[in-house]
Design a protein. Structure first.
Length: 190
């Protein structure tokens, strides 16, 4: 595994929905002192049940964010990936079983904690069949697509293909685990 410092100060985190991108971005942000950018928060309107912004507005927010000097940016949005990768200094790809990701989706939606990494401000989440279909069917082969993007980028990269590999990354880089992150923010661990 590459040392964390080799990824630079503009780190992109890619992976399928509910793989742990937002939580990892927050852990890296806290460790490195870099701002965490959650693309879902730029794509969706605060105070809604994940209603999307107009495309031009999202693109403008995305492009302004990538022009900043440093960041940890998580999210995919393939249509905007080329310009993001052109500014990135390193990539982390995390993937995991679709069944684990469904479990995470259901838990995060039912618990609906406002302090969850990547939570949309003021949103009241609801379980959506479209999201379940997205995780189990539409993006079931996205791991290979993202791995290809990582390889073609030529950037220093780390790939975590299992939940265990992601846990090992947290240990190797001495990142605060998701359970400790919640405890540090004053909310009980699950």
């Amino acid at each position: 595994m590459l040392p964390l410092a080799s990824l630079g100060e503009r780190i992109v985190i890619l992976g399928p929905s509910n793989a742990g991108k937002s939580t990892l971005a927050l852990a890296l942000s806290e460790k490195l002192g870099l701002p965490a950018v959650h693309l879902d928060q730029l794509q969706h309107l605060p105070g809604t049940d994940w209603q999307t912004r107009p495309e031009a507005e999202f693109r403008a927010l995305h492009d302004a964010a990538i022009e900043e000097e440093s960041w940890v940016m998580e999210g995919n949005y393939s249509r905007l990936m080329p310009q993001r990768l052109a500014r990135a200094t390193g990539i982390i790809l995390i993937t995991s079983s679709p069944w684990l990701r469904i479990g995470r989706y259901l838990k995060r939606t039912l618990v609906n904690r406002a302090d969850r990494a990547g939570h949309l401000e003021g949103a009241q989440d609801s379980i959506k069949w479209e999201m379940i279909h997205w995780i189990l069917v539409k993006t079931r082969n996205s791991d290979a697509k993202y791995a290809d993007v990582v390889r073609r980028s030529g950037l220093p990269a780390v790939e975590c293909r299992t939940a265990r590999a992601l846990n090992d990354l947290y240990c190797a880089w001495e990142l605060q685990s998701p359970v400790r992150q919640r405890g540090a923010r004053g909310t009980p661990s699950p």
